[in-house]
Design a protein around this ligand. Structure first.
Ligand SMILES: [Zn+2]
Length: 73
């Protein structure tokens, strides 16, 4: 019941996440989190809370054509 749900938008690519704060049972469970869409680092802890991200919407495909146009040599 103490879970908190917030919205988080990736500062790098704009992907929208549900951000859930859960009380971490143990200290020292740091794990590197990264944006699913652009691999930008995401904050994984906030004090004694662990942060979890659930992707809601991918970012606008601003660079989609650029990526698709890239070809392996
Ligand atoms: Zn991102």
């Amino acid at each position: 019941m103490s879970d908190e749900v917030m919205r988080y938008s990736c500062a790098n690519c704009g992907a929208l996440y549900d951000l859930v704060r859960v009380e971490a049972e143990s200290v020292g469970t740091d794990c590197e989190l990264a944006c699913l869409m652009c691999s930008a680092p995401l904050q994984s802890r906030d004090g004694r809370f662990a942060l979890k991200y659930f992707l809601l919407e991918p970012p606008r495909p601003r660079h989609a054509q650029r990526i698709a146009a890239r070809r392996a040599m």
